[in-house]
Ligand binder design. Structure first.
Ligand code: GLV
Ligand code: MN
Ligand code: MN
Length: 437
């Protein structure tokens, strides 16, 4: 009977070490509860590359082999006694959006590595190989599209389109977007080769489990130790350019302006209204819509905005409902264009399907939780994860641990050592079972 001992001190030390690879200045916000480590670690920046080198050295020191693919996905492998069998995978991401916390993604990468080490130290010998995977660019910050590495692994993203993605760091207005491409940036970072080689065979992984913080309030609110994810909500994102007619803020008379920012403000309120209406109709909370970036041209206090670029993120557990919100939003956009004399162009970035977990892996996780005396609930993930795209090529499930006040994508993101250790132990036990099948 495998009984891995999770070395919580080692794991926490590593989480804190990883958090030091940050481009975020120390937060001055005294209202945030401690511990507060603000992390900005954007893919292929020097900080990201340093973090990758550190992770590789830690994994190699533990005796695992490490390989990277053409987009920088990093595979930490423990060879099984029957290496021809499909492997068992776990992992997550280490990139972080601007001014984020230190647990999003990292718990799944360092937790996966700790699970492998703890199993190794317990004397366990896997039949199937076990891998911890660190995905490139789960966050969309730099190239505008999230889950870049896992989309390519799952064969969901055309390699040529991926390589042509523009570096949008920082997200600015359209004319300033003639930046480098993903191909140039990844090659500069040392990741060469054809992106078509990244896709994994559909029998590469026999099973996949990702450990992640919940990023929502439900587990903590209900006093439940773990979440077992049964499905991942379907995300979509769009970029809008609103073109109007601007000029001098004093001399351009109100009747003569076609203010692009005022039109954009109506769009933001419109999509919020339709998302709220969808929830009111369903009696649920599953529809969420967010405009998270607004770039105003020319961006001067005494100039009427002539062009605005917005990015919309919309998600739902039900794709039909997400589509209905978008249809209502499109009708409003047409009305706003007519009323305000502006032109709105839409660019679809991604419109993904939801992912379903494998009943077998969910049952395995439930059996482990019961045997461990851990309380759990089955739940959907409202955040997206790389597992969404690994689901295209492998049976998946996820383990969630609670995070304080449900906070994520903020420096005050926090998960307790006890939760991290429990999630990692359940992950280790799951990897052991699945690798023995
Ligand atoms: C992942 O970071 C997400 O935005 O869900
Ligand atoms: Mn995130
Ligand atoms: Mn994440």
């Amino acid at each position: 009977m495998t009984n891995p001992t999770i070395n919580t001190d080692r794991l926490l030390r590593e989480l804190h070490r990883l958090a030091q690879f940050t481009d975020c200045p120390p937060t001055e916000d005294k209202t945030l509860p401690a511990p507060t480590t603000a992390v900005t670690r954007i893919v292929f920046t020097p900080r990201d590359l340093e973090a990758r080198a550190w992770l590789t050295s830690v994994a190699e020191a533990a005796g695992f082999s490490v390989r990277t693919d053409a987009v920088g996905n990093t595979f930490i492998r423990w060879q099984g006694t029957d290496p021809a069998l499909p492997a068992v995978g776990t992992g997550s991401h280490t990139d972080a959006i601007p001014h984020a916390g230190m647990y999003d993604g990292t718990v799944g990468v360092l937790g996966g590595l700790e699970a492998m080490r703890a199993l190794q130290e317990s004397g366990f010998q896997p039949r199937r190989s076990i891998e911890t995977l660190m995905f490139t660019s789960e966050e969309p910050t730099r190239f505008g599209l999230g889950c870049l590495g896992s989309r390519l692994l799952g064969g969901v993203l055309d390699p040529a389109l991926a390589d042509a993605l523009k570096d949008r760091l920082p997200e600015t207005e359209p004319t300033a977007r003639e930046g480098l491409t993903l191909q140039q940036v990844r090659e500069c970072a040392g990741f060469h080769g054809d992106l078509a080689s990244v896709k994994l065979a559909s029998n590469y992984y026999g099973a996949w489990v990702e450990l992640h913080i919940e990023q929502g309030p439900l587990l903590e609110r209900d006093g439940i130790q773990l979440g077992i994810v049964t499905g991942i909500a379907a995300p979509a994102s769009y970029r809008y350019v609103v073109e109007g007619f601007g000029g001098h803020a004093g001399a351009l008379l109100m009747p003569d302006r076609r203010d692009a920012l005022a039109a954009a403000a109506e769009m933001i309120l419109s999509v919020e209204r339709h998302a709220l209406a969808a929830n009111a109709k369903s009696g649920g909370v599953d529809t969420v819509a967010t405009v998270g970036t607004v770039a105003v041209h020319p961006g001067a206090v005494n100039s009427v905005p002539s062009r605005v670029t917005l990015m919309l993120d919309i998600r739902d557990t039900d794709v039909t409902r997400r589509d209905a919100v978008m249809a209502a939003f499109h009708a409003d956009i047409a009305a706003i264009e007519a009323k305000r004399g502006v032109k709105v162009t839409e660019e679809l970035i991604n419109a993904d399907q939801p992912a379903q977990s494998s009943p077998h892996i969910v049952e395995t996780l439930e059996a482990i939780c019961k045997a461990e005396g851990a309380t759990y609930k089955k739940m959907v993930s409202r955040a997206y994860h790389d597992s969404n795209f690994i689901a295209r090529i492998a049976p998946i499930a996820m383990i969630f641990i609670p995070c304080r006040n449900g906070v994520s994508h903020r420096p005050d993101e926090y998960a307790t050592p006890e939760s991290i250790a429990l999630g990692t132990r359940v992950l280790a036990l799951a990897l052991a079972r699945l690798a023995s099948e």
